[in-house]
Design a protein around this ligand. Structure first.
Ligand SMILES: C[S@@+](CC[C@H](N)C(=O)[O-])C[C@H]1O[C@@H](n2cnc3c(N)ncnc32)[C@H](O)[C@@H]1O
Ligand code: SF4
Length: 465
């Protein structure tokens, strides 16, 4: 996935415009930059790192250290035009039921490969739309994963929920299987915006979903919003923000709309001239950020907000925020096992992605093989660059003392120096910390890119603002 970010604050109109012109010069509106949910980004993965790497990495896991698990459900009943997720539309449950059978086979292959005793600290179901699964399939899938990788103590389980494709029985099944956090898709409540993105969803429907989740005992709720959508204006966004605030989510993800029609063909249905212009988009992001921080949420990283007591907020405050393929996380597990088509696994040794097309994934698993087909084996140099990028994306600063334990830390000196020069006013140094100033936060991905040894593969990313 290739989107996301938010804007920074400025004190008065004139200085805001000057800042904006200056940030434009630094690439705010033109740069095409990865979201750095991994380093190296998935575009650097290659077929030379394949299933053999996956098998060896799985076999090398230490059973004493819990893993995280991600399960991808690549189906939706509706295909929203704005969406860049890897998914396919279906009006029947037949392909979903077939897919579930294949996922069960993948789990059996994992059972044969993993060392005895590996446990799961966190599980996340994403898509697509996991809530396309009817209750019995929800139970079958959750039990099968837990059977192969039993939950560790303090196990947490989050699920992406489409409020238009969920009901009480599905939520009850998810709660019964141990769901602790729900992430609900909202995007925007304005009718004309929803029409232009092919996604109708009323406030009443969304509120009913939230109430059902809370009644089922799910106390941690995240809401996904998107700025930069067609026909979005400050007035409509203010209305959406008021409605979202009334739902009282614990976390909010505020993603910048990534308009990448060459990659996501259905976005061609969105007329370019309906999209907010660059500066409008920037101000929409700022408006939402100011509204959420003004009403008590803490800004987390480049695109999240959390209540002070939320675990992501606490992780950010204590310097334990991390980035993985779902975005920001407080997950402490060093390993992520990706299950299903296109899922990416992360090991100490590197990354491996399952075959992306559902048909290719099914073919691999039916042939009795794990589905990893392209990946990346990390070098020591990559680890250093990944650490610097993760610090910038999560903490807005590089801690030189923490980096110094890496044997090649000195090789970054020229990058630090160039950064301080080129981004003067937006990046400062104090003692052993190189920090992005609050004004410079809109440039975070562009700044992080300075530490990216693969930045030449940039054409397919979304804009940085
Ligand atoms: C995998 S989708 C799952 C959401 C769920 N199926 C639903 O519709 O409610 C997760 C989130 O990705 C975000 N997203 C998808 N396409 C995007 C795009 N082109 N730009 C920015 N965010 C996007 C949306 O906020 C969406 O809620
Ligand atoms: S936003 Fe959700 S429902 Fe819409 S196409 Fe994307 S994954 Fe499917």
């Amino acid at each position: 996935m290739i989107w996301r970010k938010y804007g920074a604050a400025a004190s008065c109109h004139d200085s805001a415009m000057t800042n904006l012109d200056d940030m434009r010069r630094l690439g705010l509106f033109d740069a095409r930059v990865p979201r750095y949910t991994s380093y190296p980004p998935a575009t650097a993965f290659s077929p030379q790192t394949d299933q053999a790497f996956q098998t060896a990495s799985l076999q090398a896991l230490d059973p004493a250290v819990p893993v995280s698990v991600y399960v991808h459900i690549p189906f939706c009943e509706r295909l929203c035009w704005f969406c860049a997720c890897r998914t396919q539309g279906t009006t029947t449950l037949k392909p979903v039921a077939n897919y579930l059978q294949v996922v069960l086979k993948e789990l059996a292959l994992l059972r044969d490969t993993l060392p005895q005793g590996v446990r799961m600290g966190q599980m996340h179901w994403g898509g697509g739309t996991p809530t396309i699964l009817p209750p019995e399939m929800i139970r079958t899938l959750a039990k099968a994963v837990k059977d192969v990788i039993p939950p560790a103590e303090n196990f947490s389980f989050s699920v992406e929920i489409d409020p238009t494709l969920v009901d009480e029985a599905k939520i009850a099944a998810l709660a019964e299987m141990g769901m602790t956090r729900a992430s609900i898709g909202i995007q925007d409540f304005a009718t004309d915006v929803q029409e232009a993105i092919g996604r109708k969803q009323s406030f009443a429907q969304t509120r009913a979903c939230v109430e059902t989740l809370r009644a089922a005992g799910i106390t941690s709720l995240n809401a996904d919003l998107v700025y930069g959508l067609p026909y979005q204006t400050p007035g409509k966004l203010a209305d959406t923000i008021a409605k979202v605030s009334a739902l009282d989510p614990d976390r909010i993800a505020l993603f910048g709309y990534a308009h990448v029609p060459t990659f996501s063909k259905r976005q061609k249905l969105i007329p370019d001239d309906a999209l907010p212009k660059e500066e409008e988009r920037y101000h929409l992001a700022r408006q939402a950020a100011n509204a959420f921080t003004g009403s008590g949420y803490t800004a987390i990283g480049i695109d999240h907000f959390g209540k002070p007591e939320d675990s992501l907020t606490r992780a950010a405050k204590s310097g334990h925020l991390r980035r993985n393929f779902q975005g920001y996380t407080d997950d402490t597990c060093p390993t992520l096992i990706g299950i299903g088509a296109s899922s990416i696994s992360q090991f100490a040794e590197g990354y491996i992605q399952n075959a992306a097309a559902t048909a290719a994934y099914i073919e691999r698993i039916e042939a009795g093989q794990l589905a990893g087909h392209r990946g990346y084996a990390m070098t020591e140099t990559d680890r250093l660059h990944a650490q610097a990028i993760n610090m910038l994306m999560c903490d807005f600063e590089i801690d030189l003392t923490a980096l110094a334990s890496h044997p090649q830390a000195a090789t970054l000196t020229s990058i630090h120096e160039a950064l301080l020069k080129d981004f003067a006013g937006y990046v400062t140094r104090s003692g052993d910390k190189i920090s992005i100033t609050p004004q410079g936060r809109a440039l975070t991905r562009i700044i992080a890119q300075r530490y990216d040894g693969f930045s030449s593969i940039a054409a397919q990313y979304s804009q940085a603002s």
